[in-house]
Design a protein around this ligand. Structure first.
Ligand code: B12
Ligand code: SF4
Length: 466
């Protein structure tokens, strides 16, 4: 078995998100990572990114027919599980001889859901070694039951093999191989996330030591592991050399958790004279002035913070592990260091009331944030919240919203879906259409390019062109 096709399926709501040609799409990093590894081991790999090449399921069949794979590997989060599941059925019907494998966060946190699909195997946890071993075993037609980290579907029978595989040494794998994509030009980066439309996301760690109740890490014991600073520097150099990219976004959930590593990365960027700009996401309690100054010197231009709420009781319910004071300090320090700040908030958390939502919006307005994004909450399987949300409210189908993350939203007791959607819109308007905010943004502008950048990012958020 040599010909492998890796597929990034669509989501049920992809039309809502991605119909516009210019909409922001991110390359499927998991497939680029898996693809790089098995390509290095001699497999003939190609990637079909549905978001680029397919509008519907028939388009996938057309592309599969062209690629003639012996095995298809599909990646999938909970948001695209239903689409992936439907796709597996039509692929199996049309091409019964192709072996179908699913990997990614949904199957990792809910392996039994394979029963609703026509996938033959599901990879639980990190996929590099399990997938490679699976390909080897299937090629020699041996038994896969001893391979850890696998869910197997034979007819209606589901078997889960022992253990979950979590990579301990991330440096032993090659960097994601972007040459497997049709063209990097297909992935212009959103102006909100990058100063340049040519930009790449780099993931330098896996796992998170915190346990916020709505996050998949809330019930997951995977150790927090990172790539070394040297590996990260080599990865940056590779992308600059091969693809001419000089703007990066560290997509790690908690990039700054290991401060010593961040310092080392910054020092090496400076020592190597890498002329790059970059942004990252951080928890507020990891911020200090010395580190911020070093990050700024090394090209960091924006840090995003998961602030979630302005209500201290709700911060405790969701087990965020931060306080309003920690957040205020972190945002002010970052702002003073000359790094732009972006805050993520959630409207409709467990325990939210009309008053607490008002507090969240007022809290957002009180901070010197450059960008604020207000999400509605969707609940994923495999999280602590999934097991207990009914004591706080209910899940409802979501047709429309200002920014929509999934087909479902959580509606706290005493509130309605209509109210949450209205408050989400109100939050954006209240945050952006303030004379103080507009003047502060205008005063920071130093060049025509910055003026364009600021007006385009705010415009994109307010008029939802992204
Ligand atoms: C980058 C990222 C994104 C990118 C996705 C870019 C892309 N196209 O790949 C963007 C920003 C678009 C995104 C969006 C969302 N994301 Co996101 N995202 C991540 C993040 C931070 C990193 C994922 C990643 O690339 N990691 C690096 C790769 C190498 O690792 P990996 O994805 O885990 O893949 C490994 C295994 O899963 C497995 N594997 C994966 N696919 C496959 C396929 C095969 C064939 C095989 C064999 C193995 C395999 O092997 C890989 C290598 O070991 C993760 C958190 C995390 N740290 O994992 C969240 C995460 C995946 N996202 C999550 C969520 C909830 C979302 C959103 C729904 C909402 C949100 N909060 O924004 C949206 C969904 C948008 C949509 N409409 O579909 C959740 C998923 C929860 C779930 N149950 O599915 C995660 C786990 C965050 C969390 N901690 O809860 N996300
Ligand atoms: S800090 Fe972020 S990644 Fe870590 S558990 Fe909380 S939400 Fe998840």
């Amino acid at each position: 078995m040599k010909r492998i096709l890796l597929i990034n399926p669509l989501t049920r709501n992809h039309e809502y998100f991605f119909k516009k040609k210019k909409a922001y799409k991110l390359p499927p990093i998991s497939l680029l990572q898996i693809g790089a590894y098995i390509k290095e081991k001699g497999y003939d790999v190609s990637i079909l990114d549905g978001f680029i090449s397919c509008d519907n399921k028939q388009d996938f069949l057309r592309e599969i027919k062209k690629a003639k794979p012996e095995l298809i590997g599909m990646t999938c989060m909970s948001t695209n599980f239903l689409f992936a599941s439907d796709l597996s059925r039509i692929i199996k019907k049309r091409f019964p001889e192709i072996i179908l494998v699913i990997g990614g966060s949904h199957i990792t946190y809910s392996p039994k859901d394979i029963k609703e699909t026509r996938f033959d195997y599901g990879i639980i946890g990190d996929g590099e070694d399990t997938f490679l071993d699976l390909l080897t075993i299937l090629s020699i037609k041996k038994d896969v039951n001893d391979l850890p980290g696998l869910v197997i579907k034979k007819g209606n029978k589901i078997t889960t093999t022992s253990g979950i595989v979590y990579n301990q040494d991330l440096d032993k794998y090659p960097v994601p191989d972007y040459s497997l994509l049709t063209s990097l030009e297909d992935y212009p980066t959103s102006i909100i996330n990058s100063k340049d439309s040519k930009s790449l996301t780099i993931i330098t760690s896996r796992g998170c030591p915190f346990r916020c109740i709505y996050c998949t890490y809330s019930k997951n014991n995977r150790p927090y592991v990172t790539n070394s600073a040297n590996y990260v520097i080599e990865e940056i150099k590779t992308y600059t050399k091969k693809h001419g990219v000089k703007n990066f976004s560290f997509g790690d959930d908690n990039f700054m958790h290991d401060k010593e590593r961040v310092k080392e990365i910054c020092k090496k960027i400076i020592e190597n004279k890498l002329d790059i700009s970059w942004s990252c996401q951080a928890r507020a309690n990891t911020i200090d002035k010395e580190l911020l100054d070093l990050m700024k010197k090394a090209g960091c231009w924006q840090i995003s913070f998961g602030i979630e709420t302005g209500d201290k009781e709700i911060l405790k319910i969701i087990k965020k592990g931060t306080t309003n004071d920690i957040i205020i300090k972190a945002i002010n320090l970052t702002h003073k260091a000359g790094i732009r700040t972006k805050g993520f908030f959630i409207i409709g958390l467990p325990g939210d009331t009309k008053e607490s939502i008002r507090r969240t919006i007022n809290f957002a307005k009180s901070l010197p944030l450059d960008i604020a994004i207000f999400f509605l909450l969707s609940i994923n399987k495999g999280t602590t919240l999934y097991d207990m949300f009914e004591s706080y409210g209910k899940n409802e189908y979501l047709e429309d919203a200002f920014i929509k993350q999934s087909d479902n939203i959580f509606v706290p007791k005493g509130l309605t879906k209509k109210y949450l959607i209205k408050q989400q819109k109100r939050a954006f308007i209240k945050f952006y259409l303030r004379p103080g905010y507009i003047i502060r943004q205008l005063l920071r502008i130093r060049s025509f390019r910055e003026l364009m950048f600021t007006t385009r990012s705010v415009g994109k958020i307010l008029f939802r062109t992204d």
